[in-house]
Design a protein around this ligand. Structure first.
Ligand code: SF4
Length: 283
């Protein structure tokens, strides 16, 4: 660990993110080589807080090199996945283990490509979690996306607060904000994902920052259009991404919106799920 600490001590904590990201991920690569670590590693294993029975894990990727996701940019990606069942099977089954009561759960138009996670899951499920102090060294000075798949509320709040304490900043969302007992503690780290004006009004009244997906409607009240959907570049001349924005966390008072988008079959499933949810809510 001494050698790791020596390498980690060279990490850059200030200055332009583009340089920090390059240098710090390079140092992570050296640590990962030394410890013969995989490109995706496990940070946590435990029982899901969403159903209190399913073994789940937190998997980290993108800590030595940038993700190819241009919308999120070079964020470290943290996935919340089942351990025993294939993520795509869990999603299709509608199990609440990692996605809880999200209306898109159950093959209903989620934007996550669950079938693309099989090889990451296969590699991670047989690993033991790395030491938390090492996880913190790897995240030091970097930007993180909490919940590249799965809902962060499935994992204890205390774990997140501790493991994320060394990163520069993070983004995260939850659909579990409707369950006050389960999710209230996470208000200061996550955005409430909302899909209608009435959901937004309720979430805000309960003290959440909101990320609203609209379907053609105009936003209500004061709301900021997601910066990654604007035809803009960041201060480094790169297309605007979450990594250059980092607005989506529970801090401050924010209301962000985006228009529903995605592949046509995912879109139609999502529209159906939204419609069904609205109908049920009004009965
Ligand atoms: S508002 Fe910023 S952080 Fe949030 S989704 Fe859009 S680009 Fe990402």
């Amino acid at each position: 660990m001494k050698m790791i600490e020596t390498i980690a001590a060279r990490k850059i904590m200030n200055g332009p993110f583009i340089i920090r990201n390059l240098v710090n991920k390079g140092l992570n690569k050296a640590i990962s080589k030394m410890l013969k670590m995989k490109s995706c590693i496990v940070l946590y294993k435990g029982i899901s807080l969403l159903d209190n029975k399913t073994p789940i894990m937190v998997v980290m990727s993108g800590y030595t090199k940038d993700s190819s996701n241009t919308k999120t940019g070079p964020l470290i990606q943290l996935y919340i996945l089942p351990i025993n069942d294939k993520p795509s099977d869990t999603y299709k089954s509608g199990s609440s283990a990692v996605c809880g009561t999200c209306k898109y759960n159950g093959n209903n138009g989620c934007y996550v490509r669950w079938s693309h996670l099989t090889s990451l899951w296969n590699s991670a499920r047989v690993q033991n979690p790395i030491d938390k102090s090492l996880a913190k060294e790897l995240m030091k000075g970097l930007r993180v996306r909490v919940g590249a798949a799965g809902d962060p509320v499935a994992v204890p709040y205390e774990f997140w607060k501790d493991v994320l304490s060394s990163c520069e900043s993070y983004t995260g969302y939850t659909h579990q904000w409707t369950d006050k007992n389960l999710s209230s503690a996470y208000k200061d780290m996550l955005m409430a994902s909302v899909d209608s004006h009435s959901e937004k009004i309720r979430a805000r009244a309960w003290g959440w920052n909101t990320f609203q997906v609209l379907d053609g409607e105009e936003p209500i009240n004061k709301s900021t259009l997601c910066l990654a959907t604007r035809d803009k570049v960041d201060q480094n001349g790169l297309p605007m991404s979450c990594a250059s924005c980092m607005l989506c966390n529970g801090k401050g008072t924010k209301s962000i919106h985006v228009q529903l988008h995605g592949a046509s079959n995912t879109l139609s499933k999502a529209r159906k799920a939204r419609h069904q949810h609205t109908t049920q809510a009004s009965v």
